[in-house]
Design a protein around this ligand. Structure first.
Ligand code: CA
Length: 220
């Protein structure tokens, strides 16, 4: 299970990486918000441990941008200060849980596992109705039948399934494919959606006129 740690403090970052690695996570550690956002745009993590006090862009801003880009993966915020303000702001910004840095590692691991379990990402796969996407094996199956998709189609589908029940704009989808600050052919997303519909049936991926695309959480 790939886990992202965002922490600028060397001692704490190193300690988290060691302990969470030992707990069975495949840990990537970055020290600032931009690096974290770039990575999350292109790689699949089961969860993020995010420090609030980061240089340049603080953890709350990282979290807001992450949620604005349509990413719904669980985020556990870490803070040095035990203040109601930090807690409220974290939860309002889209955090799933909040923990003081003084909490012990066992508590952190337990909370993290609970978040991942609740998010349904534990097995490294996403499911919507009879459609399953295996993030690690990079496969898509529908009713148990393998569906061949390109890498880009897989990424579009993954972004939509991660955000199931919500609408993603074309911009958000472009971002999940190509990361931040890149120029993309303006028709790219439409083409991938068209191809996915040809492979998965037309009813699954819905166009919300003037807004974007969505996949319903409940597929009948
Ligand atoms: Ca810090």
């Amino acid at each position: 299970m790939r886990l992202l740690i965002v922490e600028d403090d060397s001692l704490l970052g190193g300690g988290l990486r060691a302990a969470l690695g030992k707990a069975g996570f495949d840990v990537t550690w970055v020290r600032n918000g931009n690096a974290a956002l770039d990575l999350v745009a292109i790689e699949a993590f089961v969860a993020i441990v995010l420090d609030i006090g980061l240089p340049a862009m603080d953890g709350l801003e990282v979290l807001r941008r992450l949620r604005a880009s349509g990413k719904t993966l669980p985020v556990l915020m870490l803070t040095a200060r035990d203040t109601t303000r930090d807690k409220v702001q974290s939860l309002e910004s889209g955090a799933d849980d909040y923990l003081l840095k003084t909490a012990d590692m066992e508590e952190l691991i337990a909370r993290l596992r609970a978040l991942i379990r609740r998010s349904g990402r534990a097995a490294g796969s996403l499911s919507v109705g009879d459609l399953t996407l295996d993030v690690e094996a990079h496969t898509v199956t529908r009713s148990g039948q393998l569906v061949g998709v390109s890498r880009r189609e897989f990424d579009v589908l993954r972004a939509l399934m991660e955000a199931a029940g919500r609408v993603l704009t074309r911009g958000q989808l472009e971002q999940s494919l190509y990361g931040w600050n890149r120029n993309v052919d303006s028709n790219a997303i439409e083409v991938h959606i068209h191809n996915l519909r040809a492979k998965l049936g037309v009813g699954l991926l819905k166009t919300v006129r003037g807004v974007g695309y969505t996949i319903s959480r409940d597929q009948s």
